[in-house]
Design a protein around this ligand. Structure first.
Ligand code: ASP
Length: 417
């Protein structure tokens, strides 16, 4: 059985067993079992996962920025790609935030489940910074000491540091920073390896969490989760079929139906693999042969885009952060929602194009708005399906930008309908 099937298996087994225990009325022995065995396993899994966040976020953001800048050599094409990436990703996150605010799938989340969840993780949530005014708020984004920011769990500060450090690397030039970039690549690969190892525990960790919560609280929890999944899928579908369609039709010189017909192969591969990087060879072929985008433009946009343009992931991170804030009763003000928007767009840049690549970034976002990261355990069981869906958008978004940039450059070949 593949990893994600095992996680789904863990979720289903945990939920079924939990519901059965709930229906039978829990006895003292069962409660002891939940407290002493089931709960600690969930905690162990979460702590291990959290351990990888810091090195992963720092290295992936630095590498993400440096990849974009490599591209800077390509001049105009790079600037157009970057501009479109930011605009289209921004639209996708706003779509998600609007949907989750409107439908509020996390509202009414039972208080006792919330408390049990926090207890199951017992990780301290980073308190949201509460600076006096907007100027202080902005200044607080920049840590005076990045090491202190890391030690204090100030992930937002660390993200900005990494971003600026990445820009610094670009300014210094390839020659002088090649070794340093190799080090960050090494840190990134090692962290991903570590996450891969921890994820082997995921079926058990997720199973235990769901068992613990459903045994204590029954169906209500699952209903909220289903509502959340429906909001994510609905918002993703809107972005894919309404926003992308409108953009390709207005600026891509092709009908939406035609665009989706031609990108079908890449979309199916993305759905099946949950990985933009694995789908890259297919996207390159589709881009050149089916969409007739000039090879240099396609190559550039797609290779950078596989890790730096992830509309689906950004949308998902925004929705999940707000959903979990609703579940935990964390009231976010407008400034904090704007922070989520900004971080989700950044998340789209700094997420590796691999299955579950957005998880560390999501934990970082939660930490910086004061939502307990334990919430991640809640959504992990259904994450693989959402991952498949958001990866489709990540890949289609790259192809869309390739078409738009190709046309903007005035070099796109005419496609025959
Ligand atoms: N699986 C996604 C991708 O490869 C990344 C993520 O959202 O986890 O594009």
């Amino acid at each position: 059985m593949t990893g994600h099937r095992k996680i789904i298996g863990g979720f289903v087994a945990g939920a079924a067993l939990g519901l059965a225990i709930h229906a039978s009325g829990s006895t003292q022995a069962l409660t002891g079992f939940l407290d002493w065995v089931v709960q600690p396993v969930g905690r162990l899994f979460l702590r291990l996962l959290f351990m990888s966040v810091l090195p992963l976020v720092v290295s992936s953001l630095i590498l993400g920025v440096s990849e974009m800048g490599d591209a800077a050599r390509l001049g105009r094409v790079a600037v157009k790609t970057l501009a479109l990436t930011v605009v289209v990703t921004g639209i996708s996150v706003l779509t998600g935030l609007f949907a989750v605010e409107l439908l509020r799938p996390g509202t009414g989340f039972p208080v006792d489940v919330r408390e049990a969840l926090i207890k199951s993780g017992t990780l301290p949530a980073t308190p949201p910074a509460a600076p006096a005014n907007a100027a202080d708020r902005l200044l607080n984004l920049l840590p005076q000491n990045p090491f202190k920011a890391a030690a204090d769990g100030d992930v937002l500060g660390l993200m900005f540091f990494s971003l600026l450090f990445g820009v610094g690397i670009l300014m210094a030039g390839r020659e002088k920073t090649a070794t340093l970039l190799k080090v960050f690549e090494g840190i990134f690969e090692a962290s991903m390896g570590f996450v891969g190892l921890v994820m082997k525990l995921a079926p058990l960790g997720v199973g235990c969490l769901v068992l613990n919560l459903t045994a204590r609280f029954g169906y209500e929890l699952l209903a909220h989760l289903l509502g959340y999944a429906a909001v994510v899928v609905g918002a993703l579908a809107f972005h894919q079929f309404v926003t992308y369609s409108a953009l390709v039709q207005a600026f891509g010189g092709m009908s939406a139906v035609d665009f989706f017909r031609r990108t079908r192969e890449a979309m199916i591969t993305a759905f099946g693999t949950s990985s933009s990087s694995v789908t890259l060879p297919i996207s390159l072929k589709v881009c050149e042969e089916d969409l007739k985008v000039p090879r240099d433009v396609g190559r550039f946009v797609l290779t950078v885009g596989a890790s730096a343009n992830q509309n689906g992931t950004a949308l998902y991170e925004g929705v999940t952060a707000l959903f979990l804030a609703q579940c935990f009763g964390v009231d976010l003000n407008l400034g904090q929602k704007a922070t989520v928007l900004m971080l989700a767009v950044l998340g789209g840049v700094g997420t590796a194009g691999v299955p579950g690549g957005s998880l560390p970034m999501l934990m970082a976002i939660l930490g910086s708005i004061g939502v307990p990261v334990e919430g991640v355990l809640l959504i992990l069981g259904i994450d693989r399906f959402l991952d498949m869906c958001r990866t489709v958008l990540n890949v289609t978004g790259d192809l869309l930008i390739a078409v738009l940039v190709g046309r903007w450059e005035g070099r796109a070949r005419r496609v025959q309908a």
